[in-house]
Design a binder for this molecule. Structure first.
Ligand SMILES: [Zn+2]
Ligand SMILES: [Zn+2]
Length: 242
């Protein structure tokens, strides 16, 4: 089959309701991804700091990360290096909103699992990574906001969508070094004063270096709001020291 026909086939398949985005098999309910594709792309047992695979749990951290005194659990549902994990990026880049529900469902299951294990506490609210208004005008929606909204509905945790705003337009992060990433985001976030919040979870689509989440957490921390954990659909985590 030529690339053109493969592309057309994919476009037709995804435009039809109730088909899996990856394998195009009919779905009995909902849209987006089938159970098999979701399961194939799920993260297994991993260290909750560096996402290195673990042979057995608990503990939910690898030998290297276990000695860390200051750390935040990173709960992600999918491995970004697998096809289902890469779907997390398509919500933003291709406006594939049908992928939100099945991916958020898996993240919800994972959050509930770690909570039941006593590994994570329950946040007072969810905070999605905000977008600068100029970028929001270009894109038309904030993907992290949509993900947090869907999680909020499922878990019954409020989505504090006005708590953090992006007050500085920044360069895309992906080509920058660690230091440049931090400089780029310095002073980028504004936090609502006197919000009454004390402990929240941050929500985004994908975690890579974690710099964006750490910089937002630092801005919230200056207002006395602790970030207890990060929740993302997919993980391509790269810790400097593994
Ligand atoms: Zn499928
Ligand atoms: Zn680790």
């Amino acid at each position: 089959m030529s690339i053109l026909y493969q592309t057309l086939d994919r476009l037709v398949a995804v435009s039809l309701p109730n088909r899996c985005y990856l394998c195009q098999q009919p779905l009995h309910q909902g849209q987006g991804l089938c159970e098999t594709c979701c399961t194939d792309g799920q993260l297994g047992a991993v260290c909750l700091h560096c996402h290195k695979p673990l042979a057995q749990t608990p503990p939910h951290r690898c030998g290297h990360c276990l000695s860390r005194k200051r750390w935040r659990p990173v709960i992600s549902a999918f491995d970004y290096h697998q096809p289902a994990g890469r779907c997390a990026a398509l919500i933003k880049t291709q406006h594939q909103w049908g992928l939100i529900a099945p991916m958020v469902d898996r993240l919800q299951q994972r959050i509930l699992f770690y909570h039941a294990q006593g590994v994570i506490g329950w946040p007072q609210a969810l905070v999605s990574v905000p977008m600068h208004r100029r970028r929001l005008q270009q894109q038309g929606f904030n993907h992290a906001h949509l993900i947090a909204q869907a999680l909020s509905q499922r878990l019954g945790v409020p989505h504090a969508f006005t708590l953090a705003t992006k007050v500085k337009a920044t360069r895309p992060q992906h080509r920058l070094s660690g230091r440049e990433r931090r400089q780029n985001l310095c002073g980028a976030y504004g936090i609502e004063a006197n919000s009454g919040m004390s402990q929240v979870a941050l929500v985004d689509d994908i975690i890579t270096t974690g710099t964006t989440l750490a910089m937002l957490a630092a801005s919230l921390g200056k207002q006395g709001i602790a970030v207890s954990q990060y929740w993302t659909l997919a993980s391509a985590i790269q810790r400097v020291s593994r």
